[in-house]
Design a protein around this ligand. Structure first.
Ligand code: NAD
Length: 300
């Protein structure tokens, strides 16, 4: 890409399942991307596709209009944003930091305050849509922060998502994301139960899913994960251990605010069961393994 076609520059930290695809979509939109990940091979691979390989978090942010983080969990984002060599100590020239990971709302509010004290906009902007949405640039992005921070983030959001909404002040993006995850987890559990009952009753499971998709039980999860559940395919897309992390965040917020969430608590325990059986790196559809154990069934 010639320098004249570069619209903007962004530092992108975290090139995993989601971040790699999101960085590529920024590049496709004509944005120069300076990438960093602790996995050097992930950085090198994106460099072969036109990104600038940064040597550190600070190097990724250097001279950029914004820095974007797409990291696993709260301590990872805190280290990258607040750490000695992190983004706040080395802010991008455009003084904008966007965290698109799914982490604790309370941590986002703390980081927002620390950034605001130094004149840096900080936006929490978690996403929904999974690796397919990340690849196709069709993510749903739910952003929390100031109106100005949201406005400054728009060119980057537009390159990665189709439904982009400013849902409130700092932390609100993460709260909306946790509501999304709560519904997804309980929905996956409901589908596992329907398949367990249908299997024990001897109905054709493929047909069961097709019929359900035509009626009021239809859902994104039944559509996208149902076939893998029926085929006993455990391969990862969105991992069990990441969903457990999100359901734990839901529980933390429910406890902090005294909001009873009994269905979320129950499904959180099923995810704990899966992780306790060494299934954390499977895809979410593999919650069916918990039902296989409960029904003493190992294949279908
Ligand atoms: P991932 O584990 O595949 O990728 C995370 C990347 O961050 C890895 O490449 C890792 O090496 C890197 N990393 C970790 N610590 C780092 C550090 N200190 N500095 C630099 N790089 C570091 O995770 P993912 O599936 O891409 O998910 C990222 C976030 O997005 C998570 O919070 C997840 O919950 C959320 N999310 C995931 C999905 C999904 O379907 N995978 C969907 C929506 C949201």
């Amino acid at each position: 890409m010639s320098q004249s076609t570069v619209l903007r520059t962004v530092g992108f930290i975290g090139l995993g399942t989601m971040g790699r695809e999101m960085a590529l979509n920024l590049m496709k939109a004509g944005i120069a991307v300076r990438v960093f990940d602790v996995r050097r091979e992930a950085v090198d691979e994106l460099a072969t596709l036109g990104a600038h390989a940064a040597a550190s978090v600070a190097d990724a942010a250097q001279g950029a209009d914004a820095a974007i983080a797409m990291l696993p969990n709260t301590p990872d984002v805190e280290a990258v944003v607040l750490g000695e060599d992190g983004l706040l100590a080395n802010p991008p020239a455009g003084r904008l930091i966007i965290d698109m990971s799914t982490i604790a709302p309370v941590a986002e509010r703390r980081m927002h305050a620390a950034c605001a004290a130094q004149g840096v906009e900080y936006v929490d902007a978690p996403v929904s849509g999974g690796p397919i949405g990340a690849k196709n640039g069709t993510l749903t992005i739910m952003a929390g922060g100031t109106a100005q921070g949201f406005e400054m983030s728009q060119p980057f959001f537009k390159a990665m998502g189709t439904t982009v909404t400013h849902v409130g002040a700092s932390g609100a993006g993460q709260t909306v994301k946790l509501c999304n995850q709560l519904i997804c987890g309980i929905n996956i559990q409901a589908i596992c139960e329907a398949i367990a009952l249908g299997r024990a009753s001897g109905v054709d499971l493929k047909q069961l899913r097709e019929v359900l998709m035509g009626g009021s039980a239809a859902s994104w999860m039944l559509d996208k994960l149902g076939p893998a559940m029926i085929d006993a395919d455990t391969a990862a897309g969105f991992r069990i251990d990441l969903m457990l992390k999100d359901l734990r965040l839901v529980q933390e917020q429910s406890h902090a605010l005294n909001v009873p969430l009994p269905a979320s608590a129950m499904v959180t325990n099923q995810y704990l069961d899966a992780v306790a059986h060494g299934e954390g790196r499977n895809g979410n559809q593999a919650l069916f393994c918990v039902y296989d154990r409960m029904t003493a069934q190992t294949s279908r």
